[in-house]
Ligand binder design. Structure first.
Ligand code: FA5
Length: 344
């Protein structure tokens, strides 16, 4: 029986030595140390042994069992260590590899240009205000000296929602809203950027939805020369000293006198192209001295206060500044176009 136990021990230790995975090792454990294993079998047959032999064989069997168990445990530890080593090796990160750039978005050209214009006017002491895109007929027209049936309403074809509510056709209603909101009727110096909507047919310079930036300065002794000074400074800072501007007499029911400001076309350098409709000039804003009726309706005494107002189209300004030849590029979301204007 002794030989049998030694032979079993040798065989089991050999198998432990050969095992290459935890699964194989577990199989060896079950095969040799399990309830149905050969060592248990030997122990069961001890009854047949003599009194003297029994403790000797019992001790040997326990020793063999302990040796096999120890061998399995130490092999298990070494397999686990090897597996961990392998895993660490496989998951090693090579920090010297060059990084892959993460694609990032950037502000839309129109957003950038509006922010640039805002900064410019903030620098001249204007504050930035907002107004609703869905507007009442009163603020969009009536408060601006455009009563119902006034022929000048046709200058801006409108999207009506009900008879009294429409998508604003310009940012000028914010003039009236701002003045109305001033309970103490103190001076106002504000700009208001925002979307506007018109039933215009889309072409290279017209869009049915576009952006405007309104400006309003109301105080004592505000004069036409103040308006010219502010617009001139704006144009020079925006387009550089070499661009020419011209003011043409115009008509808006809410300003008197009224002007339109053109800038020499940068795309063709004034020679004539599709952007400037072959004129060499592109209209970027309407302006004028606030009509006394508008001041009066908003609660400002026109004998005490005067003011100027202007409304410009940032798309047209961006087109001029960057030589964009079609306003529709701003709204068709072609990433190849938009990407060119992302600042790093
Ligand atoms: C107005 O909307 C007046 N509210 C501007 C104003 C404000 C005058 C305050 C006096 C005092 P007008 O319709 O001309 O005016 O539009 C102003 C500017 O918006 C134009 O100079 C042009 O730059 C831009 N614009 C007008 N229509 C379109 C359009 N369909 N697509 C793109 N830009 C346009």
């Amino acid at each position: 029986m002794k030989e049998q136990l030694h032979a079993l021990e040798k065989e089991a230790l050999q198998k432990v030595g050969d095992a290459t995975s935890l699964k194989e090792l577990q199989d060896v454990r079950v095969a040799y140390l399990g309830k149905k294993g050969p060592i248990t079998e030997v122990l069961r047959g001890m009854g047949k042994l003599s009194k003297e032999e029994r403790p000797i064989i019992g001790e040997l069997a326990n020793k063999v069992r302990g040796n096999i168990a120890d061998a399995i445990d130490s092999k298990k530890a070494s397999i686990e260590a090897a597996e961990l080593e392998k895993q660490l090796e496989e998951e090693t990160i090579d920090v010297t590899l060059p990084g892959r750039p993460v694609p990032t978005g950037g502000p839309h050209l129109l957003t950038s240009i509006v922010e640039e214009i805002e900064d410019l006017f903030i620098g001249m002491g204007f504050e930035v205000r907002e107004g609703p895109e869905v507007e009442t007929d009163y603020y969009n027209f009536e408060a601006l000296n455009l009563p119902k049936g006034h022929p000048a309403r046709d200058m801006q074809d409108s999207f009506y929602i009900t008879e009294e509510i429409l998508m604003r056709t310009h940012t000028s209603p914010v003039q009236a809203r701002t003045m109305n909101a001033m309970e103490d009727k103190r001076p106002v110096k504000m700009i208001c950027p925002g979307k506007v909507y018109r039933r215009d047919t889309d072409d290279a310079t017209h869009s049915h939805q576009f952006t405007q930036i309104e400006g309003l300065y109301v105080d004592k002794n505000v004069r036409m020369s103040d308006l010219k000074g502010v617009l001139d400074r704006f144009a020079k800072q925006m387009f550089g000293q070499e661009r020419e501007i011209r003011l043409r007499p115009s008509f808006f029911p809410f300003t008197e006198p009224s002007v339109e400001m053109d800038i020499s076309c940068k795309v063709c350098n004034g020679e004539g192209c599709s952007v400037c409709k072959q004129t060499g000039w592109i209209e970027i804003l309407g302006a004028g001295m606030v009509h006394p009726r508008v001041l009066e309706m908003a609660g400002y005494d026109p004998k005490v206060y005067s003011g100027f107002a202007f409304g410009m189209g940032p798309e047209r300004i961006a087109m001029l500044k960057y030589g964009v030849d079609d306003i529709r590029h701003f709204y068709t979301n072609d990433i190849r176009f938009l990407k060119q204007y992302h600042q790093a």
